[in-house]
Ligand binder design. Sequence first.
Ligand code: APR
Length: 321
Amino acid sequence: MSRKKIALIGGGQIGGVLAQLIALKELGDVVLYDIVEDLPQGKTLDIAEASRVDQFDVSVKGSNDYKDIEGADLVIVTAGLPRKPGMSRDDLLVTNAKIMRTVSENIKQYAPNSVVIVISNPLDAMVTLCQKVTGFPANRVMGQAGVLDSSRFATFIAWELGVSVKDINAMVLGGHGDTMVPLVRYANVNSIPVMEMLERKYKDPAKAKEVMDAMVQRTKMAGGEVVKLLKTGSAFYSPASSAIAMAEAVLRDEKRVLPTCAYLNGEFGINGYYVGVPAVLGANGIERIVELNLDKDEKAMLDNSVDAVKSLIADMERLGL
Ligand code: APR
């Protein structure tokens, strides 16, 4: 029986961490592809040389030739430019769409049966383009955004309440931009509503709401906060970890319920767009969309987020990308 083959398209900051995490978890053999000569070979040689110390037995190879991704079971795409300070994710549209088109054509040719996870930004547009160009069924093309946005939200809640982040359940829906929708009403600490814990802590519902609003706002802007500090690129450890959680769910057929940028066919009243929603991830990629009741305000925020995704897709089509 052969090991799973995982192709990483883009050997930059996120690509390098992805390769290392896959090796550490022994999820499969890795091919790290990049257009820059020697870069993926250098990173994978470095990672492979830790195999004795870290005790992993998978192959980790770098390549500048798409042929090497042939037969990959899973592909994770990070090719493209990251943000610089002052840029929005949408500012990357023109450059990254051109890159995504070439990347997708090669995935279609060399890994026609793969499940694809897209990380490149602007995420909702890039995953839409990838599905269109590969022509893969929509269940086999998904985007990573919600796992990270939710993890950021959970982290801020844990810090605020002084409890372990392991006990926080919090989810963010919608597009991967400033209009994303952190679901405050459903956020809980091992079943205890976060709002109730905040109200008990502050003994003042107005103050509790103010604190929650600040966490929601920080979650929405969390990517930009990291960009501002790094100055030369965007977040890479947490996006890589988040994509690995999704990859692991697919490779191990875990049926995890993870917020995923998924193609919607009427779920949540949305038709024909990729949007972040809870989905069951397993061997067949996106196996099911999980719907949940949203109140009037939550639905309005989701609709607003979907409008932002729609306008990004319209821009992409108008520019002929
Ligand atoms: N084919 C393959 N790789 C490419 C191509 C291409 N046509 N064009 C650029 N690349 C590579 C670059 O050479 C670089 O190594 O993509 C890699 C991107 O890596 P980084 O610049 O380090 O960016 P990273 O932080 O990894 O983010 C990648 O994910 O979160 C998003 O906004 C982020 O769009 C960005 C992407």
